[in-house]
Design a protein around this ligand. Sequence first.
Ligand SMILES: NC(=O)c1ccc[n+]([C@@H]2O[C@H](COP(=O)([O-])OP(=O)(O)OC[C@H]3O[C@@H](n4cnc5c(N)ncnc54)[C@H](O)[C@@H]3O)[C@@H](O)[C@H]2O)c1
Length: 250
Amino acid sequence: MERGIVAVTGGASGIGLAIAKAAAAEGWHVAVADRDREAIAAVRELFPDATRFAVLDVTDEGAVEGWIAGLAAAGRLAGLVTAAGIAADVPVLDTSAEQFRRILEVNVTGTFLCARAAARWMKDTGGGSIVTIASVAGLRGSKGRAAYGSSKAAVINLTQVLAVDLARWGIRANAICPGPIETPLVARVHTPATRAHWIAHVPQRRYARPDEVAGAALFLIDPAQSSFVTGVALPVDGGFAGAGLTALDA
Ligand SMILES: NC(=O)c1ccc[n+]([C@@H]2O[C@H](COP(=O)([O-])OP(=O)(O)OC[C@H]3O[C@@H](n4cnc5c(N)ncnc54)[C@H](O)[C@@H]3O)[C@@H](O)[C@H]2O)c1
């Protein structure tokens, strides 16, 4: 079957960028959306000429609907990857209601709006695959993640509901739960102490490169590889989520 369009939010940086590049390299027709105009301009040359780019805020319902409708008019929307997200590492007692609401608005409502818009088109065109980018912070209570962890737990449950509600139309939905990945977001949020803490708790004792998440996303997008996989929250985390006591390093 001819490769359709794979739309990637947050596609101008970090994990979203790595997934978008890998999808283009696999022959998918990639559409990158990001709210950061300058970041989009900086990555354009990394993609084939036919790649579509959009400046988009995923919390803007009308803009999201318009973006997805434009893609669906151009071809078959085969996949959506929702990598747009924001984070904070703030003790719960210092977390303002405003910050809590903002993180949920981008990470949860933004994911919902994009997934709903995509599914409305996918349901009439033979199905598709929705891949949300959650986090191990949505699987475990981690320090300073009151807002962020809550948002990612919500993304995981939202993804499970999408899998249930949309299965009848051949639409699959799966979440990827990255552990620590070297991206601009992590460079902003992780202090040296936070980095040391992570490395002590990840059995592989390292952060990953963004392209190490891309393979999992490509697997979940491609029905030839994952047609019976839906409703899954897949950690890509160097062993963090599965770990109890970790072995002492030699
Ligand atoms: N880096 C990690 O260690 C890590 C771990 C777990 C989960 N994640 C998740 O992966 C996703 C990508 O993170 P990253 O580390 O690549 O960050 P990043 O900051 O490098 O990239 C995120 C991109 O999302 C865009 N974005 C933010 N808000 C947006 C909005 N409202 N509308 C459209 N675009 C918006 C940003 O402009 C940016 O280009 C996020 O959802 C993040 O929570 C990251």
